[in-house]
Design a protein around this ligand. Structure first.
Ligand SMILES: C[S@@+](CC[C@H](N)C(=O)[O-])C[C@H]1O[C@@H](n2cnc3c(N)ncnc32)[C@H](O)[C@@H]1O
Length: 263
């Protein structure tokens, strides 16, 4: 069990890191674009719906949802992300600052919740799922993508050869995700899992992209300074084991997509 104070600190930390990435986010969001579009075929055709984009980030997909549905809300924990979204996206969208663990919306008020690459930050996930189901109308849909275990395995294994610290977030397994939904009043009616391998010119390019996405909040603070640099250099040497003949560095993202219906 993670102490409440620690959880609060981590969420504040997540909000801050994503917030500071708001300006650079859209240029380094290759994975997000792919995964978000991947969910489109699951969107209901009916347009008279109230839709929530949970963890809306810069609002790229909130905008797409607003072109399809009548009432769209974008909710995010990071103030700067919301500011960016408000300034750049469709004026009909309602922007709400809030935490997915305490969604500031009424019970049974939402027809569809869309969430692209967000729930991997939720802790504990089952509390956030309870909130998602509370605000959904009966029969309402939650469609999402997330990353699962196996993600960034090249980076994890390269670091493992240098030290025992945690450098990459622990992702849930697909089985753990199924377990979370099986214990709540809902059904995971569709699911897909696939590996997306992105290519990088070097490890610095990968680290920059992870930073641009605000995904670096677990970066180990102990590794700052000279010894940190030496360790980083060693890790990049080990990463060369994965180098492709073309000289490209691969990074694997294991993408899980799900369609949940509230029962
Ligand atoms: C990887 S970004 C994805 C943004 C957007 N869904 C997209 O596809 O471009 C994750 C977003 O989730 C937000 N987030 C993380 N934890 C959250 C929480 N507990 N409640 C609400 N938003 C959260 C972050 O601030 C960030 O904007």
């Amino acid at each position: 069990m993670v102490p409440t104070e620690q959880i609060r600190f981590t969420r504040k930390n997540i909000a801050k890191t994503f917030g500071s990435a708001s300006e650079s986010y859209d240029v380094s969001a290759r994975l997000q674009r792919f995964s978000g579009k991947h969910l489109m075929p699951w969107l209901p055709e009916q347009d008279d719906l109230t839709v929530l984009d949970l963890g809306s980030g810069t609002g790229f997909f909130t905008d797409l949802l607003a072109s399809k549905y009548q009432r769209v809300i974008g909710l995010d924990i990071a103030t700067q992300m919301l500011r960016f979204a408000q300034a750049n996206r469709n004026e009909s969208i309602t922007w709400v600052e809030g935490d997915a663990h305490h969604i500031p919306l009424q019970d049974n008020s939402i027809d569809l919740i869309y969430s692209n690459l967000v729930i991997q930050w939720f802790n504990p996930l089952d509390n956030a799922v309870k909130e998602i189901l509370r605000v959904l109308k009966p029969g309402g849909m939650f469609i999402f993508t997330t990353l699962v275990d196996g993600t960034l395995h090249e980076l994890k294994s390269s670091w493992r050869q240098v030290d025992d610290d945690q450098h990459v977030i622990d992702f849930k397994t697909a089985t753990q995700l199924n377990d979370v939904f099986s214990k709540q009043s809902c059904q995971l009616v569709e699911q897909k899992c696939q590996d997306i391998v992105l290519e990088y010119q070097n490890v610095i390019h990968l680290a920059r992209e992870l930073k641009g996405l605000g995904a670096n909040h677990l970066a180990n603070k102990k590794n700052r300074g000279l010894s940190g640099k030496a360790k980083w250099f060693k890790m990049t040497e080990h990463y060369q084991d994965f180098l492709e003949p073309s000289g490209i560095y691969p990074a694997t993202y294991r993408l899980f997509s799900g369609l949940v219906v509230k029962t």
